[in-house]
Ligand binder design. Structure first.
Ligand code: NAP
Ligand code: MG
Length: 487
């Protein structure tokens, strides 16, 4: 490990920024650690306003050339990036697991293939992007998606490369240039992405990566007048800060934020399926924005549901995320463990009962927890914990279920388990959520709109919605030949 590079799981990672096609070091570094054992894995260049400005300048300088690059050529280059990701899947998966502690098997089989797919999907979608021309009194309306300019993309640590590329790919496809700021707790795969993009032939300056604390590089990026779009995934307080900073230039924002999503289990549900869906919420040690952390179960089946849930959850294996047999890995950071435990302790002090867990384990491994006897207006029901902590409440009517489901400030997702399609339709229509899953969870097509309502976010990305956000839409009205009437 040196100031400029490190080797993680046998993979060489440059720990400097990537600006204008060059590796750039900052005078200071910060230490990146692995949640698996807390060991340091890299000294990372700690960006400030200086590097933020340099990256935006680089992105601005090459924007006209990239924007003018024919769509087919942009798509070809994005496919070449996807090829590079596929070639390095094993390396990316291993580095990501050491850096953020999520399961190696899911990085290998789910996440990294999805990263490649992000590039392929938006490259292909770009080529299909068109709006049918329409006529107004003989004039033709022609709608185009024009590139907007340099985009600042800011991402969290819980699914680093997947969430970064879900923004990078459409932003680049749209003809924009990018400054990506990964989270300080898991910056390594963003640096590998810079290498991959360069190897794929992406012109210098089209993709830039700046590392550092949000509080130090953040404002310089989000308040920069040359930035034309900001897409942010992270927490509500940071989003509020970024929105205020972007306000000076009225920079359009896409915000994908937290959640406190419900899983509604009706008595007519396939109970084993409902239990599977509930236990799945411990995936990634609960560090999933979409997690249905509030189990709302119809009174009539609550006892049986709980019995089966406990039986299944107690078979989960928690431990080293590199082991194939592990189901739940560690929590990202000691600070996050303390935060989770604070939520749980306060809930227990307020009268909640831990059916399972309710305490930290060894190191950064928090015990999967289910709390009952919780009040709807309590902190543990209203606030996002972002750890392996679920609550269980019961209801006796559909009305009550909908009321409980909607009664938080969030609106990211909701999951229903029911055997009655008409009930599913009725309930879905009344839920406030960007995504509703009926008898399933986490099925996400890149064609679909994705985002949250209320404090879970602003805007939708996915398919054409991504291009709507990353582009300046233009309508060109052309008069028919020989047209004289100016009315
Ligand atoms: P966070 O603390 O808000 O950080 C997210 C990113 O913002 C990090 O890169 C962070 O940098 C940066 N940041 C912090 N302060 C900033 C500032 N003043 N200006 C610009 N950037 C700044 O969120 P997190 O704890 O990493 O992530 C967890 C949250 O993300 C949860 O609420 C989760 O629900 C949400 N999330 C939402 C989605 C979704 O799609 N809706 C997906 C995943 C996660 P540093 O951390 O490096 O300082
Ligand atoms: Mg790390």
């Amino acid at each position: 490990m040196s100031e400029h590079r490190t080797t993680v799981a046998g993979v060489a990672v440059d720990t400097r920024h990537w600006i204008g096609g060059q590796r750039v070091a900052s005078p200071r570094t910060f230490t990146d650690a692995s949640p698996i054992d807390g060991a340091p894995v890299g000294e990372i260049s700690r960006g400030t306003a200086t590097e933020a400005r340099a990256a935006v300048a680089a992105a601005k300088a090459v924007f006209p050339g990239w924007a003018a690059t024919p769509r087919a050529e942009r798509a070809r280059l994005l496919h070449a990036v996807a090829d590079g990701v596929e070639k390095r899947t094993e390396e990316l998966a291993n580095v990501e697991t050491v850096d953020n502690g999520a399961l190696l098997r899911s990085h290998r089989r789910g996440v990294m293939p999805r990263v490649a797919h992000n590039f392929r999907f938006f490259a292909d979608w770009l080529l299909t992007l068109e709006h049918e021309d329409f006529a107004t009194r003989g004039h033709t309306n022609h709608v185009t998606w024009d590139p907007a300019g340099p985009c600042v993309l800011i991402t969290p640590w819980n699914a680093p490369l997947m969430l970064a590329t879900w923004k990078v790919a459409p932003a680049l496809a749209a003809g924009n240039t990018v400054v990506l700021k990964p989270a300080e707790w898991s910056p390594l795969t963003a640096s590998l992405l810079a290498d991959i993009a360069a190897e794929a032939g992406l012109p210098a300056g089209v993709l830039n990566v700046v590392q550092g604390y949000g509080s130090e590089v953040g404002d310089a990026l989000t308040s920069h007048p040359d930035v034309r779009r900001i897409s942010f995934t992270g927490s509500v307080p940071t989003a509020q800060h970024i929105a205020a900073s972007a306000a000076a230039n009225l920079t359009p924002l896409s915000l994908e934020l937290g959640g406190k999503s419900p899983l509604l289990v009706f008595a007519d549900a396939d109970l084993d399926l409902a239990v599977d869906l509930a236990v799945e919420q411990y995936d990634n040690a609960g560090q999933v924005c979409l997690a249905a952390t509030r189990l709302l179960v119809e009174e009539a089946v609550a006892e049986e549901f709980t019995r089966r849930f406990v039986a299944k959850a107690s078979r989960l294996r928690q431990g080293d995320p590199r082991e194939e047999s592990t189901d739940i890995g560690p929590t990202i950071h000691p600070r996050q463990v303390a935060k989770i435990d604070g939520f749980v302790r306060r809930a227990l002090a307020a009268g909640a009962r831990a059916v399972i867990g309710g305490h930290p384990g060894e190191g950064q491994y928090y015990a999967p927890t289910l709390l009952t006897d919780v009040r709807q207006d309590s902190e543990i029901v209203q606030e996002e914990v972002f750890g392996p902590v679920l609550t269980l409440q019961t209801f006796t009517s559909e009305d009550e279920a909908v009321h409980l489901a909607n009664d938080t400030r969030f609106g990211l997702a909701a999951t229903l388990a029911t055997g009655d399609p008409e009930r599913a339709e009725r309930v879905t229509a009344r839920l406030v959520a960007g995504t509703v899953w009926v008898n399933c969870f986490f099925v996400r097509d890149l064609k679909a709109p994705f985002g949250g309502s209320r404090h879970s976010g602003i805007g939708r990305e996915g398919g054409t919605w991504s291009f709507d956000f990353y582009c300046d839409l233009k309508n060109t009205v052309t008069a028919p030949k020989g047209w004289k009437d100016h009315g």
